[in-house]
Each structure stands twice: as C-alpha cells, then as structure tokens.
Design a protein around this ligand. Structure first.
Ligand code: FE2
Length: 327
C-alpha cells in the first residue's frame, strides 16, 4: 500500500522536496537561487549541489528514511530545461536505487491542487499567476481547461523584468514600492475577451523610469495589470457561474492582487481563497500532494506510473494536457 510520497520540484529557481504521508504534508523544504533573474545553467548547478541536503532535511523533518518512501513524484514541466532535468535525474536515480515507482506531475496542476487542499474548495474558478504562466482555468472531465491566458509574457516575468530595468531585485520589491505610490499614471490596458497582454505595460513603465517617481510607476503598473486580471477573471466567472475563486502561483502572494480579487468575489457572492505563501511559491510539497491524489485509486495509479525511459522533462507541458483523474 502506498502511504508515503516524496515530491521533487525544480522547474525554475527553486529546488523543493516535499513529503506527504496519508494525505498530510509532513515536510516542505526548499533552496532557491534567484540572482537578478534565472540563469538556466547556474540554477541547475545550484539544484544539483543542493538536492542531497534538501532531501536529507526533508526526511529528517518527516522522521522518515528513504527506504520508507513508497512513491516518488517529480515536477515534469513546464519549466526551464536544465533545471527540470535535475528532478527527472533524481527521480530516475531513486527509482533504480530503491525500486520505487515514479510519477510525473504537471507543475501548474500542482499549484491548483495544493490551493484546493488548503481552501477546501471543490470546484473553483482558478486564476493561476506566476513567472511563466498566467491562466484562467476550470476543471471539467478530468482536465483543467484554459479559458483565458496571457497573449505574451507571464505576469510574474513582466514584474521581474520591470524590477530589473528599474534597479530593483524582483516583483516583491515592485509590490513594496507600489505601497508608497499615490499618483496614477495612465498605462496601456489590453484585455481581449478572457485573454490579456502585459508587454505594453512593461514597455511603457520602462520608458517612465527616471521621469516619474519609482513608487508611482510601480503603483500604476500594478493597478493596471491587476485590473486586467480581475476583468478577465470576472468575465470567466460570469460565463461559468462558479461560486468559488482561487488565485494561485507565485504572484498570488501579492496582497494588492488578493485584495482586488476578493472584493470582486464579494460582489458576485463568491468565496475567495488562497493558499499560504509557502505553498504559492514553488515547492515540493505540492508535487508530493499530487502524487498522493494519484494514489487514491489503485486502478488509476497504474496509468500514472512511468517506465524508466519516460522519466524525462516536458519543458512545454501545458496545464490542459495533464489528466487529473480525481475529484
Ligand atoms: Fe510555479
């Protein structure tokens, strides 16, 4: 019987190891490399260097030994090729050394599933916002369907790129500066049905650096981009008539975005939920948790277990490609 699952995450800047036992998260350890963006080779080297330490700490926290792990789940994609390769190699090595079955997890689905775990929402409308992804989704017939998405860059990449152009470190600094801004500067606003585009906001904001106060640029950039996200989410809500909304992914940690979405949800008499920050940032716990969902039915689990030559990364793995055969 499969009770204990080890999850490995390495799609981008974070190497994460999570352990789930009997459906409960027992460990969620991570090590991150983010130096003015992500350098694929340096980041993959960091993950390769750190994986043993992080795995050891996770096992210690969960009070388990490696030979007590029943299943390895690894983040198969989407993500950065060299980074993804580290978790795939680790999963394959563990499979051979300990004769443990391995399953591949779609990273985006893991963000959604861990949010459902924390919010206890069963059938939400999902806004998934991270560095590389910006999507609105619902689950139907064992798949997450994309109703709308970014037409160019992911919202998180837009925020990080602007941060670097302005001499800031990351999107978190943009959020902090925006709190001190009070003058709204008009920005390009591009919404097309349930899709949105963010590159115009980025170019315009970059041109304002040095001409306007950085706090006001950050404030205006956030207000405009998040208004676009709220508009497309609201349109999807009107279409689907859902009664729950989840925001997930790295950018879901932004308090202003959470505030705008929860206000909109209230107007629609909808529940609004978000996972704790630790689980909206990339992490191994969410990967282990999807591994656990796969074990709920033995018949279904058979379809997820990979052959040795199938334990490979899928850098362009789309959310709607993954079959999620559970409630
Ligand atoms: Fe992510």
């Amino acid at each position: 019987m499969i009770r204990t699952i080890l999850g490995i995450e390495s799609t981008a800047h974070t190497l994460g190891i999570g352990i789930v036992k009997d459906g409960k998260i027992k460990a969620n350890e991570k090590s991150m490399l983010f130096e003015y963006g992500i350098h694929p080779r340096k980041t993959a080297d960091h993950h390769a260097d750190q994986i043993q330490n992080v795995m050891r700490t996770a096992l210690q926290k969960a009070k388990l030994r490696m030979d007590e792990i029943d299943l390895v789940a690894f983040s198969q994609g989407p993500g950065i090729g060299p980074c993804l390769r580290i978790s795939a190699i680790a999963a394959r090595t563990l499979a051979i050394a300990y004769k443990i079955p391995v399953v591949g997890v779609n990273h985006c689905v893991a963000h959604i599933e861990i949010s459902k775990y924390f919010t206890k929402f069963r059938d939400p409308l999902i806004l998934y916002v991270s560095g590389g992804n910006t999507q609105i989704l619902i689950k139907e017939n064992e798949r997450y369907h994309v109703l709308g998405e970014t037409l160019d860059v992911g919202i998180g990449n837009m925020l990080d790129t602007f941060a670097r152009s302005a001499g800031l470190k990351s999107a978190k600094d943009v959020e902090d500066k925006a709190k001190k801004g009070n003058k709204y500067i008009e920005m390009p606003y591009s919404v097309k049905g349930m899709d949105a585009s963010f590159s115009g906001i980025l170019t315009h904001s970059e041109k304002l650096i040095g001409k306007e106060k950085i706090e006001d640029i950050c404030y205006s950039l956030q207000e405009t981009a998040y208004a676009a996200l709220c508009e497309i989410t609201e349109r999807a809500l009107a279409l689907t008539d859902k009664s729950e909304i989840i925001v997930c992914g790295g950018v879901a940690q932004n308090k202003r975005l959470q505030g705008m979405l929860s206000e909109m949800a209230k107007e629609w008499k909808c529940k609004f939920g978000v996972a704790p920050n630790e689980f909206n940032a990339d992490n191994g716990g969410m990967i282990a948790y999807v591994g656990y969902k796969m074990t709920e039915n033995k018949e279904i689990l058979k379809h997820y277990i990979l052959k040795e030559n199938e334990i490979v990364p899928k850098p362009k793995y789309r959310t709607d490609e993954f079959i999620a055969k559970w409630d």
